[in-house]
Design a protein around this ligand. Structure first.
Ligand code: ZN
Length: 212
């Protein structure tokens, strides 16, 4: 992650200044033994032998993998008052993420560029990556993931503007189906001044553009 601007130059955390934000839905209840049985059934249904030595531990591994991919790590997103009156764009670029396509249960993997124009409150830069992860660890559509990150920042931080761009490769498109290897899907969601102000909008997209 490269930070274009750092709004938190060793901010002192005075009591009462920190504000803890509300988190979205709790993690789903995962029934691991049931998931393992289902994976064994799936293997059998696919003509595989779940009892062969090679596959003996596969149901457990697969169930654990899906449980991990569907469980967002817990974190407490704390905001701070914008004491310095920082009023330029804050952008975390190329935040890596992995999510699961809700149609095929195959991964889509890419990077997120998340920016906002601060108003009264600011958020630690690392928390921008956490917010992406929070919404990525569930069955998703890239469009919805993009919108959820933008909406969450808008609702919780009430900034002057929010911009989110996601670029991802969907395995359901690249290793099967149309076999569009290397194809990347780009989605964006904008709020506030980043949506309505042409100059800010251009600045955001220019900063978010990956040149690597
Ligand atoms: Zn898919």
């Amino acid at each position: 992650m490269s930070a274009v601007a750092d709004p938190l130059p060793a901010q002192p955390t005075r009591p009462g200044n920190r504000r803890q934000l509300r988190l979205v839905d709790p993690s789903p209840a995962v029934d691991l033994p049931r998931a393992e049985r289902a994976v064994a059934d799936l293997l059998a249904a696919l003509g595989q032998d779940p009892f062969s030595a090679h596959l003996a531990d596969t149901p457990r591994r697969v169930a654990a993998s899906y449980a991990e991919l569907l469980t967002p790590p817990s974190f407490t997103p704390t905001t701070f008052p914008n004491d310095e009156g920082y009023d330029e764009l804050v952008l975390a670029r190329a935040i890596p993420f992995a999510s699961l396509c809700q149609h095929h249960l195959l991964p889509f993997v890419g990077v997120a560029h998340v920016g906002y124009l601060p108003a009264e409150r600011i958020l630690g830069l690392s928390k921008l990556a956490r917010v992406v992860e929070l919404f990525a660890r569930r069955l998703q559509l890239q469009e919805r993931l993009t919108t959820q990150v933008a909406d969450w920042l808008q609702a919780q931080l009430a900034p002057k503007g929010v911009g989110v761009v996601l670029e991802a490769e969907h395995q359901c498109m690249t290793i099967r189906g149309v076999h569009a290897a290397g194809a990347r899907t780009v989605t964006s969601a904008l709020h506030g001044l980043l949506r309505s102000d042409q100059r800010l909008r251009q600045e955001f997209f220019a900063l978010a553009r990956t040149s690597t």
